[in-house]
Design a binder for this molecule. Structure first.
Ligand SMILES: Cc1cc2nc3c(=O)[nH]c(=O)nc-3n(C[C@H](O)[C@H](O)[C@H](O)COP(=O)(O)O)c2cc1C
Length: 215
């Protein structure tokens, strides 16, 4: 561990790739999000659709995990998961979540906060139906976030479901989409000597207030 610790302790890279200014930023955060997402996609950055989703339990205990963004529109961000997972249970009692995207290739971070609602059944069905058969069987077979005895237990559940489902595999009622309705965004661009640009949008009585934050 010594060497690894020494390595990460000393890692220090300057961010030089861009600037973010009030003059050029969009008045609307969903437009700015789209611009940055498009730039991330165009630059072929890795896993642009992955974000860290933070939830808080009934006992006020936070937890976070990576999920995939599957669709976004005006201040709406869709992801798909098991409704009975830990995140699903957290969301049931506390719909407040945060989402963080990190695109190292562009030296950018986007933070979003908001509340979560179920996606429509139609949207969840459409997304589930578009998944490969193996993923559909996986959704049925994994009691996501529950303790299981072994890998074999999981493989057995999959085998059983292969037998159970002949032709069509419907969406399980415990699996589907959520939509985050954003009320706060922060766009972060890495700059030299840790003097990064941070611009935040806060929704106040229907309008987006734009402010710069110290890095
Ligand atoms: C790159 C990546 C993408 C992921 N995408 C999803 C996803 O879209 N939906 C999902 O339920 N889990 C996804 N996961 C798995 C989650 O991180 C997590 O392990 C799982 O959802 C259970 O989380 P929970 O127990 O906190 O509910 C992904 C993991 C990684 C590393």
């Amino acid at each position: 561990m010594g060497e690894v610790n020494t390595h990460i302790y000393q890692l220090r890279e300057d961010f030089m790739k861009g600037i973010l200014s009030e003059k050029s930023i969009s008045d609307l955060p969903h437009v700015q999000f789209e611009i940055w997402m498009k730039e991330a996609v165009d630059s072929k950055a890795n896993e642009v659709q992955a974000f860290n989703l933070g939830t808080v339990s009934k006992e006020h205990k936070p937890s976070a995990r990576i999920v995939y963004l599957r669709e976004f529109s005006e201040n709406e961000f869709y992801f798909y998961t098991n409704y009975q997972s830990q995140k699903g249970i957290d969301i049931q009692t506390n719909p407040h979540v945060c989402a963080t995207f990190f695109w190292p290739e562009l030296e950018r971070q986007i933070r979003i906060e908001g509340t979560v609602e179920f996606a429509s059944k139609e949207k969840s069905d459409a997304y589930f139906n578009a998944r490969p058969t193996e993923s559909k069987l996986g959704a049925w077979s994994s009691p996501q976030s529950s303790k299981i005895a072994s890998r074999e237990t999981l493989d057995r559940l999959v085998e059983e479901n292969v037998k159970n489902f002949k032709d069509t595999i419907p969406r399980p009622g415990f699996w589907g989409g959520y939509v985050i309705k954003a009320t706060y965004y922060e766009f972060w661009q890495g700059r030299k000597s840790r003097l990064h640009d941070r611009i935040a949008y806060t929704l106040e009585t229907g309008n987006w207030k734009i402010e710069r934050l110290a890095p």
